[in-house]
Structure formats: structure tokens, C-alpha cells
Design a binder for this molecule. Structure first.
Ligand code: ARG
Length: 262
């Protein structure tokens, strides 16, 4: 089951931050890079994934945004941002209205069939968000319970893997904030999603009545930047820029800015 998108406002009330209003409609645009070529690469993202991609005062910001801007700068090419949302990001790449995608996208074998991935720029894993007094201690304990995920993500994959493709309790949302919002309002028993994002939400809640659980089956995931399969021109530039910001410490600097020294 897939559920609509419009529960942001109550979530923002619950957690009390303006940045959570990310994802409502169109996004801001920025350019970066200083290349001599005329080509401006359109970079698509789902800017409702704090602190990786967010919308603040109509401007796209966040960890991945800083990373991509730094890559363009280091790789000497120009980019333009487009807040596409999650599913439309992949459609945009297919149709050619988007050249590059960065959106905390986990490198998976299935996605590699259709897209080329850059080297990895971030390591992540899934986590389970439940109420603090929940008896749940592992994924298997969620059997029979309602689980919210962002549709077509690795969070959805782990639920399907554990409970089957047609698991009735699975609720897929178009974006992550909607799933978290439904959780805080008691419409799902748990949310499964990327550690960085769920930690962000839990940390925003004043009196922490929630906990995050890592199941033993959750594997390491690596985020990569994608282009349409065969777009070697863009991919070479991306990997070149990424290599440079790994070597000169910029990538680490951006990480520390968002996540401290963890
Ligand atoms: N890392 C997960 C995946 O690749 C979730 C990414 C969702 N990103 C987003 N911007 N909503 O499936």
C-alpha cells in the first residue's frame, strides 16, 4: 500500500523545526562549479530527507547538497539543482530531464542494472524506530505490526525480505517525513529507514519517548551518486571530483559539519 504525502505540518509541530517542511512542492536552485564547458548538469534530489537533503526557506540544503556542490567545484563542472522527489528522480534520469541523482541512494545490484553509480561517499544502515516502551528488540518482533517505510527504498526491501512482498502491515509512503509523521501520530507501529535520517528525527523530539533498534540482519549500505547507464561523461567528472574531495579532506569536513565526530 502506498500512502499520500501531506502530513508534514503536524510532524513539524511534533518535532518543532521548520526544516521538516522540506518536500512540499518545488525546490530552490543553486549552481556550483567553475568549469569552462557550457554544459550545466541537472542534479535531481528528494529534498525531504534531513539532514541529507532538505528545503530551508525554499533553498535546497543538507549533507548531500554540500557534497555534490563540492564535487562539481572540484571536478570543474556546472550543476543546477532540481527538487524532484524520490520516484520522479529515477523517472527523470530515464527520460533525460535529470542528468545526475544524489539523494542518499544506496548502491544496490538491482539499481545497477539501470543506473551507473559513482564511488561511495557515505556509509549507512537501516534502523527501526519504535516507541520507547515497545517490547520490540529485533525485526522479527514486528511481524503482524504496521510498518512505515518510504516506498521503493532499501527500508522497504528489508521489510519485504523479512515478511514477504505482499506483507499486509507494510505501508509505503512517497517520502520519509510522511512515514515518520504517521508514526508519531500512532498510525503505524514502527518505521524502518536510514540511520542518519531516523536519528535526526528522534533527536528533534523534546522528551524522547522513542528508540532506535538495529537488527542483526541489517547490512552496511553505501550511498552513491547515479547517472543513466552509460553516461560516462558525467560519471567520470563526478568520480574525479569525489576523489579530490576525499583526498583534500572536504568530504570529511562536510561529514563533521552534519554529524560531528561520530
Ligand atoms: N538509502 C535508501 C535507499 O537508497 C533511502 C534513500 C531515500 N532518499 C531520499 N532522499 N528519500 O533506498
Amino acid at each position: 500500500m502506498r500512502i499520500g504525502t501531506n502530513w508534514f505540518k503536524s510532524l513539524a509541530l511534533v518535532v518543532g523545526v521548520g526544516v521538516l517542511l522540506a518536500g512540499c512542492g518545488s525546490g530552490g536552485q543553486q549552481t556550483s562549479g567553475s568549469g569552462s564547458g557550457d554544459k550545466v548538469y541537472v542534479v535531481g534530489t528528494d529534498a525531504a530527507y534531513p539532514p541529507f537533503q532538505m528545503l530551508e526557506a525554499d533553498k535546497i540544503s543538507g549533507h548531500d547538497i554540500d557534497v555534490m556542490n563540492a564535487i562539481a567545484e572540484a571536478g570543474g563542472f556546472k550543476i543546477e539543482w532540481k527538487n524532484t522527489g524520490w520516484d520522479p528522480l529515477f523517472d527523470g534520469l530515464d527520460k533525460g530531464t535529470v542528468d545526475i541523482g544524489i539523494s542518499s541512494i544506496t548502491i544496490t545490484e538491482k539499481r545497477k542494472e539501470k543506473y551507473d553509480f559513482s564511488d561511495s561517499y557515505f556509509e549507512a544502515n537501516q534502523l527501526i524506530l519504535v516507541a520507547e516502551d515497545s517490547p520490540v528488540t529485533k525485526l522479527a518482533d514486528l511481524k503482524g505490526k504496521k510498518i512505515g517505510v518510504q516506498a521503493a527504498t532499501t527500508g522497504e526491501e528489508v521489510v519485504k525480505k523479512a515478511f514477504g512482498d505482499t506483507y499486509e502491515g507494510l505501508k509505503g509512503y512517497d517520502d520519509m517525513p510522511s512515514s515518520v509523521d504517521d508514526f508519531f501520530n500512532g498510525r503505524v507501529d514502527a518505521v524502518i529507514g536510514d540511520n542518519g535520517v531516523l536519528s535526526y528525527y528522534v533527536n528533534k523530539v523534546q522528551d524522547k519517548k522513542f528508540k532506535l533498534i538495529k537488527d542483526d540482519s541489517f547490512e552496511k549500505e553505501f550511498y552513491g551518486i547515479i547517472v543513466k547507464k552509460g553516461n560516462a561523461d558525467a560519471m567520470n567528472k563526478i568520480n574525479d571530483g569525489l576523489k579530490k574531495i576525499k583526498e583534500n579532506g572536504k568530504l570529511q569536513e562536510i561529514y563533521t559539519q552534519y554529524f560531528g565526530n561520530k
